[in-house]
Design a protein around this ligand. Structure first.
Ligand code: C5P
Length: 253
């Protein structure tokens, strides 16, 4: 069998050339990193869970008209996605103060924010992905003002959708990060959600107990990462069974 051409290897995923031009295969690894790769472990089955969860979120977004790169899941660890030109920014939306915002601004973790706050970080591992302003983004040509407006609108739609979905299964969406890419359609370009949406890139807290069900379990050594991610998958009804079907959603009263 011919070897596939690897296009890119990141910390948690690999991109391979897809079967048709304009497509890629996104492979989810078990590698788990924090602190810009300083902490690194293999967490058995994490890639399988994130593949399923990202499929669930992205196909839901596609269904409500929020465009994403997701086309279809291929197997336990791989999905077919549209190739995009990634904008070199991490777009973070926060509903509750936590993580780097709490540290930077001295706001206690868990304080609700007056409205969702959108932040941009410049994707650059050597610099530790610094927070940047719209001025930097436009001056350095990473995106245009129109792109920025579109990115904020896209990020807020993702926030509404994800917040509602998580709320339905008893989970608070505290914050999340997305990446956005450009696709060209004739003379037009469009921005679409790319990369992944999973507990690796979101903060998810149990509504009743405040228990963390996301990558902070790994970052802060709070227990079993796979138990936390499995709990999210179970509640959403996307827990893979032996026969490949899923379990169906579990209502939370
Ligand atoms: O660390 P910070 O508080 O800025 O993270 C905000 C959100 O973005 C968290 O949900 C975190 O998981 C996510 N994030 C990410 N990848 C990064 C940085 C942050 O997924 N490189």
């Amino acid at each position: 069998m011919a070897r596939r051409r690897m296009v890119y290897e990141g910390k948690a995923k690999i991109l391979y050339e897809g079967p048709e031009p304009g497509t890629l295969i996104q492979f989810f690894k078990d590698d788990t990193t924090a602190g810009n790769g300083e902490k690194h472990e293999m967490i058995d089955g994490k890639g399988v869970l994130n593949n399923r969860l990202s499929e669930h979120f992205m196909s839901g977004l596609n269904a409500i008209g929020v465009p994403t790169h997701f086309i279809k899941r291929l197997n336990m660890r791989e999905q077919l996605v549209r190739a995009v030109e990634i904008i070199p920014l991490e777009v973070v939306v926060r509903n509750v103060a936590a993580g780097s915002m709490s540290k930077r601004l001295g706001i206690e973790e868990g304080s609700p924010l007056p409205r969702p706050i959108v932040e941009f970080y410049y994707k650059n591992d050597d610099l530790g992905d610094p927070l940047v302003t719209e001025e930097h983004i436009i001056a350095f040509g990473w995106a245009t003002q129109q792109d920025l407006d579109d990115m904020v609108a896209l990020a807020l739609r993702v926030n509404d959708f994800m917040s509602g979905m998580m709320m339905g299964v008893g989970i608070k969406l505290v914050d999340f990060k997305i990446e956005i890419g450009r696709v060209y359609e004739g003379d037009f370009q469009r921005l679409i959600v790319a990369d992944e949406i999973s507990p690796d890139s979101c903060r998810l807290w149990d509504l009743k107990t405040g228990e963390k069900l996301d990558k902070d379990v790994f970052r802060r050594d709070l227990g079993s990462v796979s138990d936390a991610y499995t709990e999210v998958a179970k509640r959403l009804g996307v827990m893979p069974r032996q026969n490949g079907s899923t379990t169906g959603p579990k209502l939370v009263h």
